[in-house]
Design a protein around this ligand. Structure first.
Ligand code: UGA
Length: 442
């Protein structure tokens, strides 16, 4: 890649920051990435990703080998080095109110701003409540040394885990919130490759840019809960929600994406973001405008309860003494992320009702073990299904889609399968002698 003259820093090396840093180095920028977690920085600097993301480790190693990508824990070093600082720290859920916890955003800005010695642009990428950027701009202006020309822009990120590299190099759109033309010009330079690729580039104010992000996730969550609400109706009428979803998808005003019925959404973003959005609406005095999201959340939770009920039915009405095999722990396939994972939530609920639950996942076992030591774990799909009175498919990994019902039949105690992701072919499993049940399908 051609060398760019702009030098970048990335603050926070989680899924978002590590991906952004590695991809920008791949595009030719010199990048210095910072995290306060020294162990994480050490791993990354040695070319090892602290999480699972297809294709990213190669990009990371290429960046390190080129010398364009480096890591540090020292804010003074990035202040001295970079023209543009990307803020990629987490904004977890604060408490039961659902509001976002901004402490990492604040501490990053407070650490950086006083050290700025040259004209700098700080670009927020973290998902924040609307209004945060305006407050941060004041915080930066107050803390930056006189004459440092420190500026702020907001640039929400839409990448999906599992497709992080592709989504960064070829995003659907780039959205920036700015207050003046200099920030816009700098960001056009940063994203020159994507812009040349005809990526739509939307320029807005701070608060609109912040809102684009949270409303995108609210819309996606709503689509999933819509089809899962239809699944409830299908269950009451003997209809097939997978057929329904397919037929709806041919109306291109509706579309088939994010219309996959099943156990519903989880992960570090959708559930937390809709709750933070509702909490913010509350503060703004427009609570009724987002009260439908409470329903979106409730529908999503009901799918988990329904899954537990179906499984209990199949083991004869009580989990006491039952052996349950669970396929999947990650919140979705191609990820080792277990944050708010519907799969682990269901597994834990069933364990809580007295069953012995053995979980297998192709990538998330280590994370699952740490978070749920009460569950049992197996290193293969067959071992997890061994002696099971019911098997539950909770994350639709390709390995599970391709599972052979005849092979699995040899190890289970009873041929009973609940397909929580509508990932299997019912006929194939029934022909192999299985009792097959799914969400939203007869
Ligand atoms: C989501 C958004 O898709 C990204 O655009 C956004 O940038 C990101 O959140 C974020 O805010 O950082 P991600 O959480 O990685 O990305 O995962 P998704 O692929 O969106 O899946 C979310 C959940 O919805 C998963 O649990 C998945 O199983 C579920 N899902 C998805 C369904 O139940 N049905 C579907 O049809 C699609």
């Amino acid at each position: 890649a051609a060398q760019h003259k702009l030098r970048l820093s990335v603050i926070g090396t989680g899924y978002l920051g590590a991906t952004h840093a590695a991809c920008m180095a791949d595009l030719g920028f010199e990048v210095l990435a910072l995290d306060v977690d020294a162990a994480k920085i050490e791993r990354l600097a040695a070319g090892n990703l602290p999480f699972y993301e297809p294709g990213l480790e190669e990009v990371l190693r290429r960046g390190l080998a080129s010398g364009r990508l480096r890591f540090t824990t020292d804010f003074a070093e990035i202040a001295e080095f970079a023209d543009v600082h990307f803020l990629c720290v987490g904004t977890p859920q604060r408490d039961d109110s659902g509001a976002a916890d901004l402490r990492y955003v604040h501490s990053a800005v407070d650490a950086l701003a006083p050290l700025l010695t040259r004209p700098s642009l700080i670009v927020g990428k973290s998902t924040v409540p609307v209004g945060t950027a305006a407050a941060l701009a004041e915080r930066i202006a107050a803390a930056a040394p006189a004459g440092a020309e420190a500026e702020l822009a907001w640039n929400p990120e839409f990448l999906r885990e599992g497709f992080a590299v592709q989504d960064t190099l070829h995003p659907d759109r780039i959205v920036i919130g700015v207050r003046d033309g200099r920030a816009e010009a700098l960001l056009r330079e940063v994203y020159a490759t994507q812009i040349a690729d005809e990526t739509p580039f939307v320029v807005a104010d701070f608060q609109t840019a912040e809102l684009v992000k949270v409303s995108a996730n609210a819309f996606l969550a709503t689509k999933i809960s819509f089809i899962n609400a239809m699944a409830e109706v299908c269950e009451a009428t003997g209809s097939d929600v997978t057929k329904l979803s397919l037929a709806l998808s041919y109306d291109d005003r509706i579309g088939g994406k994010f219309l996959g019925p099943g156990l519903g959404f989880g992960g570090g973003c959708l559930p937390k973001d809709i709750r933070a959005f509702m909490a913010r609406a509350d503060e703004l005095g427009v609570e009724p405008a987002l009260s439908f999201l409470r329903e979106v959340d409730a529908i999503n939770q009901r799918r988990r309860a329904r899954m537990v009920d179906l499984a209990r039915e199949l083991v004869g009405g009580s989990f006491e003494g039952a052996v349950v095999g669970v396929l999947g722990a990650a919140f979705k396939p191609n990820s080792d992320d277990i944050r708010d994972s519907p799969a682990l939530d269901v597994a834990a609920k069933i364990r809580g009702q007295g069953a012995r639950v053995t979980v297998y996942d192709p990538a998330a076992l280590e994370n699952a073990r740490r978070a749920h030591p009460d569950l049992d774990y197996a290193d293969t799909m067959l071992a997890a299904a061994s002696d099971a009175s019911v098997v539950l498919l909770l994350t639709e990994w390709q390995e599970f889609r391709e599972a052979d019902p005849n092979v699995l039949a040899k190890v289970v105690a009873t041929r009973a399968m609940v397909d929580g992701r509508n990932a299997l072919d019912p006929e194939r499993w029934r022909e192999a002698g299985w009792t097959y049940r799914a969400l939203g399908r007869p």
